[in-house]
Design a protein around this ligand. Structure first.
Ligand code: SAM
Ligand code: SF4
Length: 331
C-alpha cells in the first residue's frame, strides 16, 4: 500500500475536490469578474477518463471522499456520467457536489440516479433583488426550484452555502434562519475570503460568524452546538434550541480550520493545489497525457502535499492572494 498523503504537520489528506470547469452561468462579485472572462479552452480541461484515472490512482493514497465543483459544475455536459464513474469506485465512500443551483432542478434526479448523495447549493440572499446584485445575473427562482427538486429527489439535508458580506447580507440572516426552520435545508454561513477576481476583498467586508450567531440567537431562538461534529469539517454546526433548524458556520477568516484540513484540489485544467490559498501548483495533466506511470503521478501528489503550508495566513501581513480566483481554482 503506497504511503498516505501526510503533510509535514501530520495532517492526513483523504478529501479531494475536483473542479470540472471554470465556466459559470452567473457572476458572483466575490468570485468572478463581471464581464470578459478568459475561460479555459475545451482541450485544457481534464476529460472524464482522465479524472477517473486520477481518482483511481489516488485511492491507494487514502482518498475516499470527493466533491465536484467549479466554476459551475452543472454547466459541464453529461456530468452525471462522471458521477457514475466515480461512484463505481468501491473505496470512494462519499461524493458531493457544490452548485449554484441554477440548473439543479433539471439535473437533480439524474445525479441521484448516478449515485450522488450530497448537495450544497450556493445562495447568498433570499431577497431576489439582492441575489441579482451579488450574482449580476438572473436565476433566483431557478435556484429555489433546484433546492425543492433536490429535496424531492431525496437529498437530505440539502445544504445551502451563503457567503456573508458586511454591508450587504446582514438583512439575509434572519430570513435564512427562518428558511432553515421551514424547509429543513441546512444553512451554512461562509465568511467572505480574499479569492475574488477583482481583488476587492477587504477585512471590513467580512461579516463574522459570531455576529450572525448573535443575531439568530436574539431574533429567532438560541443556537446550541451539535454534539457530534466531524473534526475535519470546516463548518461548526448548530441547531436552534427547540430542535427546529440547523445552521453551520464556516469561519474561514475569524476561525481558520487549517489545523484539521484534510483537503486538496484538482483544478479543471489538471493542476494539484494543496490549499485554496497556495501560490504553487503541480501539473498533473501533462503527466496524465504523457507517459507517466500511476506511481510517478502518486509521487507528484505526495510531494505536493508534503509542501503544504501550516495555514492560509489571511490574518498576517505576509498574506498574498493567489493569482487564480475562486472560480478557476474550484471552491
Ligand atoms: N459554482 C458553484 C457554486 O457557486 O456553488 C461551485 C463553485 S463556487 C467557487 C464554490 C463555493 O465557493 C460557493 O459556495 C461560493 O459561494 C464560494 N465562494 C466563492 N468565492 C468565495 C469567496 N471569495 N469567499 C467565500 N466563499 C466563496
Ligand atoms: Fe459561479 Fe460559483 Fe463563482 Fe458564483 S461562486 S460566480 S456561482 S463559480
Amino acid at each position: 500500500m503506497p504511503e498516505r498523503l501526510v503533510d509535514s504537520f501530520g495532517r492526513v489528506h483523504n478529501n479531494l475536490r475536483i473542479s470540472v470547469t471554470d465556466r459559470c452561468n452567473i457572476r458572483c462579485f466575490y468570485c468572478m469578474p463581471a464581464e470578459n472572462v478568459q475561460f479555459m479552452q475545451r482541450a485544457q480541461l481534464l476529460s472524464f477518463e482522465e479524472i477517473e484515472r486520477f481518482v483511481k490512482l489516488a485511492v491507494p493514497l487514502g482518498v475516499d471522499k470527493i466533491r465536484l465543483t467549479g466554476g459551475e459544475p452543472l454547466v459541464r455536459r453529461d456530468l452525471p456520467s462522471l458521477i457514475e464513474r466515480l461512484a463505481a469506485i468501491p473505496q470512494i465512500r462519499d461524493i458531493g457536489i457544490t452548485t449554484n443551483g441554477i440548473l439543479l432542478a433539471e439535473h437533480a434526479q439524474a445525479m441521484w440516479d448516478a449515485g450522488l448523495r450530497r448537495i450544497n447549493v450556493s445562495l447568498d440572499a433570499l431577497d431576489p433583488v439582492k441575489f441579482q446584485e451579488i450574482t449580476r445575473r438572473e436565476g433566483y427562482e431557478q435556484v429555489l426550484e433546484g433546492i425543492q427538486e433536490a429535496q424531492r429527489v431525496g437529498f437530505d439535508p440539502v445544504k445551502v452555502n451563503a457567503v456573508s458580506i458586511r454591508g450587504m447580507t446582514e438583512s439575509e440572516i434572519v430570513p435564512f434562519g427562518k428558511f432553515a426552520r421551514e424547509t429543513g435545508a441546512e444553512i451554512r454561513f461562509i465568511e467572505f475570503m480574499p479569492l475574488d477576481a477583482d481583488n476587492a476583498w477587504e477585512r471590513e467586508k467580512v461579516l463574522y460568524s459570531q455576529e450572525i450567531i448573535d443575531v439568530l440567537s436574539q431574533e429567532i431562538a438560541p443556537l446550541k452546538p451539535l454534539p457530534t461534529q466531524d473534526p475535519t469539517a470546516p463548518a461548526t454546526d448548530f441547531e436552534f434550541a427547540d430542535g427546529i433548524g440547523r445552521i453551520g458556520f464556516i469561519g474561514s477568516v475569524s476561525q481558520p480550520f487549517c489545523q484539521s484540513c484534510n483537503r486538496f484540489r484538482l483544478t479543471a485544467d489538471g493542476k494539484i493545489r494543496n490549499c485554496l490559498f497556495s501560490l504553487e501548483e503541480t501539473d498533473i495533466k501533462s503527466m496524465l497525457r504523457g507517459e507517466a506511470s500511476d506511481d510517478k503521478i502518486r509521487e507528484a501528489v505526495r510531494e505536493s502535499i508534503r509542501g503544504k503550508w501550516e495555514g492560509h495566513e489571511i490574518n498576517t501581513a505576509r498574506f498574498l492572494q493567489p493569482d487564480r480566483p475562486m472560480y478557476s481554482i474550484g471552491g
